[in-house]
Design a binder for this molecule. Structure first.
Ligand code: ADP
Ligand code: AMP
Length: 215
């Protein structure tokens, strides 16, 4: 059972690569950001609590997110690609305890990006309001203006993708999320992710294949 965790700052391309990996290896894509936004949209108890943190660009408290992830993982029979989680050391340790890892089929991928690229990517990002497909006005534009290629849903800009909120989220990333790269240092795969998405994807696949040969 293949398990992939994708790490990296907001805008690194985690969702984009996670979707391609899920398709290639027939895995369930779990994005904690998508799950939380869905809860906000549906006004669930979790959504109501999470909203104030998301609106400030801060992390939603661990106990809420950990519970959501536990439920999701327990509902799966097959492998998964996890995007947006873990986001701090305590979540990383929680995930380890949850999985009691069989390391052979587990991969920790870090999308290494420069701040300039991340800001450019986030400010041009558009999301399908229906199926959550990810676009970029310049880098990955839809075929028809503002409409999703997959499901014809309308595209929207996330309210936390404004310049001010992007800066805040990057600060939170540096302070809270970056330290987990050290926690995973013995098994992390570092990918240069400033490249176009096909090149990043190829690098990820090469790393996974090399790793499988070593194990
Ligand atoms: P994350 O999930 O890490 O926040 P996304 O996958 O949502 O990042 O990507 C952020 C933005 O950058 C989106 O608009 C996406 O279309 C675009 N993008 C993702 N990967 C690349 C890439 N390799 N090159 C150029 N643009 C990209
Ligand atoms: P993302 O879609 O990954 O950019 O996440 C959007 C927002 O959802 C973040 O700014 C956080 O407020 C919240 N969020 C997503 N994943 C997590 C997580 N693992 N822990 C805490 N908050 C999260």
């Amino acid at each position: 059972m293949m398990r992939i965790v994708i790490l990296g700052p907001p805008g690194a391309g985690k969702g984009t690569q996670a979707k391609s990996l899920a398709e290639k290896f027939k895995l369930t894509h779990i994005s904690t950001g998508d799950l939380l936004r869905e809860n906000v949209k549906e006004n669930t108890a979790l959504g109501l609590k999470a909203k104030e943190f998301i609106d400030k660009g801060e992390l939603v408290p661990d106990e809420l997110v950990n519970e959501m992830v536990t439920k999701k993982l327990n509902s799966l029979k097959d492998g998964f690609v996890l995007d947006g989680y873990p986001r701090n050391l305590s979540q990383a340790k929680f995930l380890d305890s949850l999985l009691k890892e069989t390391r052979r089929d587990s991969f920790i991928i870090y999308l290494d990006t420069s701040e300039k690229v991340v800001i450019e990517r986030l400010s041009g990002r558009r999301i399908c309001s229906n199926c959550q497909a990810i676009y970029h006005i310049k880098n990955m534009p839809p075929k028809k203006d503002s409409l999703c290629d997959v499901c014809r849903g309308t595209l929207y800009q996330r309210p936390d993708d404004t310049v001010e909120m992007i800066k805040k989220r990057l600060q939170v990333y540096l302070k809270e999320t970056q330290p987990i790269l050290d926690y995973y240092s013995d098994r992390i795969m570092r990918i240069s992710a400033d490249e176009p998405k096909e090149i990043v994807f190829r690098q990820i696949l090469e790393n996974i294949e090399n790793d499988l040969h070593k194990k």
